[in-house]
Design a protein around this ligand. Structure first.
Ligand SMILES: Cc1cc2nc3c(=O)[nH]c(=O)nc-3n(C[C@H](O)[C@H](O)[C@H](O)COP(=O)(O)O)c2cc1C
Length: 159
């Protein structure tokens, strides 16, 4: 059996709820990717051109610092990578995470919540940043997806 890790970033709780349900469904370890400087409400206002998230996401090379780099990636065969969609792709801190570890020989499974947007260019970006990994197609879920539904999804991946 493959060893699974759920690593996720969540700014307002939806992806966090989803990741917790997924950890139970997949019987996997859960790891939160935390920013060194937490996002405050005003940082998340996408209507504000000067908000932290707007400025960061306008720069494809932005890599916000993480609070820690101690995810047990090396011990896992499969890493489920969870995040909210920000500006039609993965948040910049996900890029920081992907560059901080060695993903070669591993399988990365992106999953995300959003207001409706798909992963878009994020799929290709994640593939490029998770060097040497097999990256499956990212899947969108509601933050309130049931454990049973997640279990069926994990089983369907035949990991
Ligand atoms: C800065 C920012 C940008 C966002 N951009 C998008 C987007 O492009 N498309 C979309 O469908 N939702 C977008 N959203 C909505 C989030 O993806 C959605 O609310 C998500 O479930 C939040 O997850 P969280 O509670 O785990 O942070 C954005 C939210 C924020 C804060």
């Amino acid at each position: 059996m493959s060893k699974k890790l759920i690593a996720y970033f969540s700014a307002s709780g939806s992806t966090s709820r989803l990741a917790q349900a997924l950890a139970a469904a997949a019987d996997a370890e859960l790891y939160e990717i935390r920013p060194a400087v937490p996002y405050q409400r005003g940082d998340l206002n996408w209507m504000d051109k000067k908000a932290r998230s707007t400025v960061e996401m306008a720069d494809p090379n932005c890599r916000p610092a993480m609070a820690a780099a101690d995810a047990p990636v090396a011990d896992a065969d499969v890493i489920f990578l969870g995040f909210p969609i920000w500006w039609y792709r993965e948040p910049a801190i996900i890029d920081t995470f992907l560059e901080a570890y060695d993903f070669s020989g591993k399988t990365v499974v992106p999953f995300f919540t959003s207001g409706g947007s798909p992963l878009g260019e994020g799929q290709g970006r994640i593939q490029q940043l998770a060097k040497g990994a097999k990256v499956l197609n990212g899947k969108r879920f509601s933050g309130r997806t049931s454990e049973n539904e997640l279990k069926s999804w994990v089983e369907s991946l035949s990991l």
